[in-house]
Design a protein around this ligand. Structure first.
Ligand SMILES: Nc1ncnc2c1ncn2[C@@H]1O[C@H](COP(=O)(O)OP(=O)(O)O)[C@@H](O)[C@H]1O
Ligand SMILES: [Mg+2]
Length: 291
């Protein structure tokens, strides 16, 4: 039952004729090879910007959920996105992951990948991982098996569980188990974990894909104080190696992790800066924080 092919080292989207990073790159982005900085999965981030969103608009029947939004995320940055309900936070993540197409605007991942022309699968393979609010682990499988499954591109459970792991793959799983503090639950059935532990496992499953950018929508909702504290530590330890974009309403949590906060309101960026800066901004107090 062996012989399941290992994931291709090269992302498959490179081979698809519909998407040509060279053709799709703007002329001002033409590389002459100087100052080029390439990170995981061949991503070119020579200007230190991992994600560039410019003039992004999304219309739903004429209603603008996003309205000429500009946002830049740096390599290794931990960014918090806050704002009232309906501000467009989830739509923003939908645009980045290809779930929703912008009606206008530019979205680049690194210098050369045009997100508006890539499918959801291509975007995930290029290194953007997303965690939804509700944990979606395989409850009947063990913690280890969940991580094993997340590592594979062939998602058929049977094929995955029958394939032999290389030493390197096993090491990576052990490393992630330590990162998410589930070493002592390695062989526990995922369905028996606490809500918080399931969240950590799902973050671990994302980490198995080694994404450059992690999008996390309200990650500490429903967590205990201790779990929330650990999540803050975890995110801070992941920043630097990965870039993180965290949508969260819990201002205590935001305060414990954020060095940079973006406030969304009516589909646009209302304010950006340190938490203290945005907390002192009258417009932010007016629409979100309250007096
Ligand atoms: N598929 C959709 N069709 C129509 N309206 C939508 C759709 N998705 C979101 N919206 C609207 O867009 C606005 C932004 O929603 P959302 O991005 O979910 O906000 P947030 O996550 O900040 O609460 C809301 O007014 C919402 O009702
Ligand atoms: Mg939302």
């Amino acid at each position: 039952m062996r012989g399941v092919p290992l994931p291709a080292a090269r992302p498959e989207f490179m081979l698809e004729p519909a998407f040509d990073p060279n053709r799709d790159a703007g002329s001002s982005r033409d590389a002459i090879g100087l100052g080029q900085r390439v990170i995981g999965k061949g991503l070119d981030v020579r200007h230190g910007t991992l994600l560039t969103l410019e003039d992004i608009s999304v219309s739903f029947d004429g209603f603008k959920a996003l309205n000429a939004l500009n946002l830049y995320i740096g390599v290794g940055e931990l960014r918090c996105i806050i704002g009232p309900n309906g501000a467009g936070k989830t739509t923003l993540m939908d645009v980045i992951t290809g779930k929703t197409r912008p009606t206008e605007g530019k979205a680049w991942f690194g210098e050369t990948l045009n997100l508006t022309q890539m499918s959801e699968v291509q975007i995930a393979q290029a290194g953007i991982g997303r965690k939804f609010q509700k944990p979606t682990v395989f409850e009947a499988l063990s913690v280890f098996e969940n991580l094993e499954l997340a590592q594979k591109t062939d998602k058929s459970v049977w094929a995955c569980l029958c394939a032999r792991l290389s030493g390197e793959q096993k090491d990576r799983i052990d490393e992630v188990l330590e990162t998410i503090r589930l070493v002592s639950s390695t062989h526990r059935q995922a369905g028996l974990l606490s809500h918080g532990q399931k969240q950590f496992l799902e973050i671990g499953m994302l980490l198995m894909q080694d994404p450059q950018l992690l999008l996390l929508d309200e990650p500490v909702a429903g967590m205990t104080d201790a779990e929330t504290e650990f999540t803050a530590e975890l995110f801070k330890s992941l920043a630097g190696k990965h870039s993180l974009m965290v949508v969260e309403h819990d201002m205590g949590f935001v305060g414990s992790i954020a060095d940079h906060v973006t406030v969304l309101h009516q589909g646009s960026v209302l304010a950006e800066g340190s938490l203290e800066q945005v907390q002192g901004d009258d417009r932010v107090i007016e629409v979100y924080l309250g007096r």
